[in-house]
Design a protein around this ligand. Structure first.
Ligand code: ZN
Length: 119
C-alpha cells in the first residue's frame, strides 16, 4: 500500500471538496486530517471513504486512535460506492458498534491521547 493517497474530501454540502492526502488503511479507506471547508486544518484525524470523499467517523481523534479504528474496519470492501456501503448491514454495524464509538469518543483530542512508543 502506498504511503499516501489524494482524496477529495466532502466537508460541507454547499462547498467544493477539499483535497487532502490520506494514509491508506485499506483500498478505498484512508485516514485523513480534519479540515475546514476553506482548507484550513482542524485538530486530529478522521476516516474517509475515498470514492465518495465522505467521512466515516464524526469525531476527530489522534492518529494512533484513527489507525486503531481503521484496523477494525479494514476488512470490508471500501472500493464500493457509498450507496452500497450504506445499505450493507455488516458495514453499518461495524461503523456504529459500541467498541468503535467508545474508542473514538475516548480520544478527547490529538494532544491528550497517549501514543505508544514508536508510533
Ligand atoms: Zn487517541
Amino acid at each position: 500500500m502506498s504511503a499516501q493517497t489524494e482524496i477529495a474530501l466532502k466537508v460541507t454540502a454547499d462547498r467544493p471538496p477539499v483535497r487532502v492526502f490520506g494514509e491508506p488503511v485499506a483500498p478505498g479507506l484512508s485516514i485523513v486530517p480534519s479540515v475546514y471547508a476553506d482548507g484550513r486544518y482542524g485538530v486530529g484525524f478522521l476516516l474517509a471513504h475515498e470514492p465518495s470523499g465522505c467521512v466515516l467517523t464524526a469525531v476527530p481523534t489522534c492518529v494512533h486512535c484513527a489507525r486503531q479504528a481503521g484496523a477494525r474496519l479494514a476488512g470490508f470492501d471500501w472500493t464500493r460506492p457509498a450507496p452500497q456501503l450504506i445499505t450493507d448491514q455488516a458495514v453499518r454495524e461495524a461503523v456504529t458498534c459500541s467498541d468503535l464509538v467508545t474508542l473514538l469518543r475516548g480520544c478527547a483530542s490529538a494532544y491528550t491521547c497517549e501514543i505508544p512508543e514508536g508510533c
